[in-house]
Design a protein around this ligand. Structure first.
Ligand code: 3PG
Length: 211
């Protein structure tokens, strides 16, 4: 389990958190992100278009692009995400049922934590990689640095309040493998179907993180 989710996070340093409002946007939006160099996509289940989008993208994108489900809050939703073809699952927080289910699923779980105690609940079950959410308000960079003391073997993908100019600072931390967020899919460009702008933003964000 822990290796499988770490493999997801090491596929690419930026994970767009994508919420689809129009079904027809899913493929061109994802293709633009892939064109811009993105290799891991988190599609949230915040809208009814989420599951069908995961289904479409996992069939239509090349297999080296990992399409996962975000905002999964219970095992029922987890099962739906698996059936839609999600290669991994992200939750904003944890529940005992969700953590248990994640241990048995073929689509590994990246459980969301905001505190050390939540992290310890997951750690106890064998989880060693977490989403740190909402990162900016839960202590940001300083909190992640502090957690590396007692938990040197835990890796994070922070999300929540991260933008293009702060992504780099998070990625510079030893315990951060990837960062996520919605800044890679600005509503204005998505609504306008400005896919070249989305590709450009992804490319520039990657360049500024890696450069
Ligand atoms: C998430 O679920 O990770 C957040 O919605 C991302 O938050 P952001 O909009 O601040 O990037």
């Amino acid at each position: 389990q822990r290796q499988r989710i770490q493999a997801v996070l090491s596929t690419g340093p930026l994970m767009p958190v994508i919420t689809i409002h129009r079904e027809e946007d899913a493929l061109p939006l994802a293709e633009a992100l892939v064109e811009g160099g993105i290799r891991v996509l988190g599609v949230t289940l915040r809208t009814p278009q989420g599951l069908p989008a995961i289904e479409t993208l996992s069939k239509r994108l090349p297999p080296e692009v990992l399409v996962g489900a975000g905002t999964v809050t219970d095992p029922g939703r987890y099962r739906q995400a698996e059936s839609a073809g999600a290669r991994f699952v992200v939750s904003p927080g944890i529940t005992p049922r969700l953590l248990d289910y994640g241990l048995t699923s073929n689509a590994p779980l990246l459980p969301g934590v905001a505190t050390v105690s939540e992290l310890m609940l997951g750690y106890e079950l064998g989880y060693r990689a977490f989403k740190f959410f909402p990162a900016a308000v839960a202590g940001g960079l300083e909190a992640l640095k502090a957690m590396s003391g007692p938990f040197p073997d835990v890796m994070f993908c922070p999300t929540g309040g991260i933008r293009r100019d702060t992504a780099r600072e998070y990625l510079a931390l030893d315990n951060v493998m990837a960062v996520g967020g919605t800044w890679l899919t600005p509503e204005k460009q998505v609504n306008a179907g400005d896919w070249p702008a989305i590709a450009r933003l992804a490319r520039e964000s990657l360049a500024s993180c890696l450069g």
